[in-house]
Ligand binder design. Structure first.
Ligand code: NAP
Ligand code: ZN
Length: 406
């Protein structure tokens, strides 16, 4: 067993390339014996049957981009054996985040192929390791953007695993410190994750519409917590997509005064339906002038660099624009204007595990969920095009049970 992570599943080979080759070499969809016939519903009914038993590695169906500019195709990947602290989830739903698109399209550098994205995962627990206490077979669990971290650095100890000083293990396309190779995300039939990184999903919620909360939810909730957005304060949400529409709902729940900045005339009315008091086109120079120096907080979800100074001008003295979108070089900031208004530009990266659990629980008690379009795995490529064209209302979620054998 690994002293570092407590997992027994080491030894699949640290050589990422050869492992990838191994994973890609399997033809057809014949699942390993431990997978065959283990559909979630059946196991939900068997109760403790898979509790505390040894489950070996399994081969599962996944949807991957296997090379630059290629469309998605169905492959097999290997999931590690269920270690003592692990939870095995049969994935039910996987949201499509714009980060998935950036990754497979190489916007952040070439990914490791085969790339299986997906970090908005909801699934049913099929098996748990012997030390697991948080879940039992048949429970519903969620996995967001991370599947592990060192657990010992000051950031991890402060519940900020996303900022782990020794390297957060992100859910996909990150070095897999347990099995070698790189991690595979939620566009797949099953996943094995250490218990700490699995989020409890309360009973009775709309599971497909909760998947996006595991990334879009916590990414927008975290800045509202950190910058302490209060009732009556004015917040601007820039970009009404997956993150933006959840941000609106979360800010409305805090009784903040929400104004949406969009580039899409067709979303102006939607923004109000979602609870914003006002929505403006960010190209409307008169509106941008009228609203100058009025905002306590801005959250920008725009997926690429854009001239930011017009938005910084909207902030009150000492207020902050939190950029969660554009993750490359930022554009068009004026140091004099920032100084004159003592305005801050901040970045923020998802949220910790405790915060992810908090946003799920927060939404469950307030009846907040994402607005989704449910698709099947064969529609992923088309969905990506629609996201890039700002044409999703407001999150695609893949029904991972569609076409699944068993
Ligand atoms: P999304 O669903 O595509 O929404 C982004 C929205 O931004 C679009 O709907 C559009 O809204 C607006 N937009 C798009 N292109 C634009 C452009 N060229 N100029 C101005 N506005 C534009 O994406 P998402 O899933 O919400 O993700 C948004 C960004 O956040 C992505 O870059 C993603 O990688 C990043 N992200 C970051 C974190 C983090 O932890 N920091 C977590 C998740 C995602 P309008 O039509 O209203 O203009
Ligand atoms: Zn995401």
């Amino acid at each position: 067993m690994c002293e570092r992570c407590g997992d027994s599943a080491h030894g699949f080979g640290a050589d990422g390339t050869s492992r990838r080759d191994l994973l890609l070499s399997g033809a057809g969809l014949m699942a390993a014996p431990l997978v065959a016939g283990m559909a979630g519903e059946a196991h939900a009914q068997t109760g403790q049957a898979e509790q505390n038993v040894n489950i070996g590695p399994s081969r599962v169906r996944a949807f991957a981009v296997t090379g630059a500019s290629r469309p998605f195709s169905q492959i097999e990947i290997e999931r590690r054996a269920v270690g003592p602290n692990d939870v095995l989830l049969d994935i039910l739903y996987a949201g499509i985040c714009h980060s998935d698109i950036h990754t497979v399209r190489g916007d952040w550098g070439a990914p490791n192929y085969a790339c299986v994205p997906g970090h908005e995962i909801v699934g049913r627990v099929r098996a748990v390791g012997r030390n697991v206490t948080k879940f039992k077979v048949g429970d519903i669990g969620g996995v967001g953007c991370m599947v592990n971290s060192c657990g010992t650095c000051e950031n991890c100890l402060a519940d900020r695993e996303q900022n782990c000083l020794n390297g957060t293990t992100f859910t996909y396309d990150a070095p897999d410190k347990v099995s070698g190779g790189h991690t595979f995300g939620g566009y797949s039939d099953a996943i094995v994750v250490t218990e700490k990184f699995v989020i409890r999903i309360p009973p009775g919620v709309d599971l497909a519409a909760y998947a996006p909360l595991l990334c879009a939810g916590v990414t927008t909730f975290s800045p509202m917590q950190h910058w302490q957005l209060e009732a009556g304060q004015r917040i601007g949400v820039v970009g009404l997509g997956g993150l933006g529409h959840v941000a609106v709902k979360l800010a409305v729940a805090r009784k903040a005064d929400v104004i949406v900045f969009t580039t899409s005339p067709g979303k102006l009315e939607d923004a109000k339906r979602l609870g914003a008091r006002e929505a403006v086109l960010s190209t409307d120079a008169d509106a941008m002038t009228r609203l100058a120096n009025q905002f306590d907080l801005l959250i920008s979800t725009v997926p690429q660099a854009y001239p930011m100074q017009p938005f910084m001008n909207l902030l009150k003295l000492d207020a902050t624009l939190v950029n969660v979108g554009a993750l490359g070089e930022l554009q068009g900031l004026n140091g004099m204007l920032l100084g004159f208004g003592r305005k801050s530009l901040a970045g923020s990266m998802i949220g910790g595990i405790a915060e992810t659990q908090a946003v799920i629980d927060y939404c469950a008690t307030r009846n907040i969920k994402a607005d989704i379009e449910l698709i099947t795995p064969d529609q992923i490529d088309r969905a990506y095009e629609r996201v890039v064209n700002k044409d999703v209302r407001y999150r695609f979620v893949i029904d991972m049970t569609a076409g699944r054998e068993g």
